[in-house]
Design a protein around this ligand. Structure first.
Ligand code: ATP
Length: 267
């Protein structure tokens, strides 16, 4: 596995319809990203700097990667995805070089979104970090960010669970200067997410997703996706033992089984 994943816009489709409970966040992010990517000339005519980056913060599994991917898709931008800890750990001593290459690669496309997951690993607060290497990597990332506008239509999205661990210099104007919280979903959000992940599932009439949403407080998008998968598995197991007759339907009790397994595995 390499540290950089390049996904072509036409490869795997991710649309806004695949993301539940985050419509306000998506609208805000689209506002910031679409204009600079699709109409950079507007900014140059106005003589103002186009936004170059933003920071998404929230717990892992809440949909940050999903949003970045969907926006790339919708703007026909090349999506490049790197992971902070991977760059640091696997390319120790060469991290700066790796970063430079990634930015170079991103600048090759007419439009691109560079998504840096767990960016706090690449740009930790320099006041609290002592290592020379870490300081150099932060410095390199800042320099690369500052070079972005002159290189074309590129937008950088950083994601972190720990926004306060990110070096403040990276959060200054001209860098990742917009910050969007990606919070755990509300009950209505959970319902949207459950609907997305049961789209292709034959649901029985008693499989009331509102009830499932009501009892999954604290579940993130990734948890709900796993829950739906497990409900399907519970149904499949029954089918395998002949308890359920064909045609197969996923019932509310399958969600309950999944839920109890889920609670056990995360306790
Ligand atoms: P990480 O920081 O670990 O990368 P993340 O916040 O980027 O986490 P994603 O990778 O986007 O989370 O989510 C993982 C999976 O969970 C997605 O592929 C999707 O199946 C599901 N998921 C997460 N959030 C949502 C959501 N809001 N709506 C629908 N599915 C979601």
């Amino acid at each position: 596995k390499t540290a950089i994943t390049v996904i072509n816009p036409q490869d795997k489709k991710t649309s806004y319809h695949d993301i539940g409970g985050l419509s306000t966040e998506i609208a805000r992010i689209r506002e910031m990203v679409e204009l600079p990517l699709l109409h950079p000339e507007i900014f140059s005519r106005l003589g103002v700097d186009a936004p170059r980056g933003l920071l998404l913060y929230g717990p892992p599994g809440s949909g940050k990667t999903l949003i970045a991917r969907a926006i790339a898709q919708q703007t026909n931008a090349q999506f490049l995805n790197i992971n902070g800890p991977e760059i640091i750990q696997k390319h120790y001593g060469e991290s700066e070089e790796m970063l430079r290459k990634v930015f170079e690669e991103a600048a090759k496309y007419p439009a691109s979104i560079l998504f840096i997951d767990e960016i706090d690993a690449l740009a930790p607060n320099r006041e609290t970090v002592l290592g020379e290497l870490e300081k150099r990597v932060v410095g390199q990332l800042l320099a690369l960010m500052d070079g972005v506008t002159s290189r074309g239509r590129m937008f950088v999205m950083g994601a972190t669970n720990l926004p306060n661990n990110v070096d403040p210099a990276l959060r200054r104007p001209g860098r990742l200067d917009r910050e969007i919280p990606i919070n755990p979903p509300t009950k209505a959000g959970r319902l949207e997410i459950l609907k997305i992940h049961t789209r292709f599932m034959p649901l029985a009439a008693d499989a009331n997703l509102e009830r499932v949403a009501a009892v999954t407080h604290g579940f993130l998008g990734a948890d709900l996706a796993a829950l739906c998968r497990e409900a399907g598995m519970a149904c499949a197991r029954e089918a395998g033992t002949g308890i359920q007759q064909k045609p197969l339907f996923v019932h509310f009790n399958h969600f309950l089984t999944a839920l109890s397994d889920f609670r056990l595995s995360t306790m």
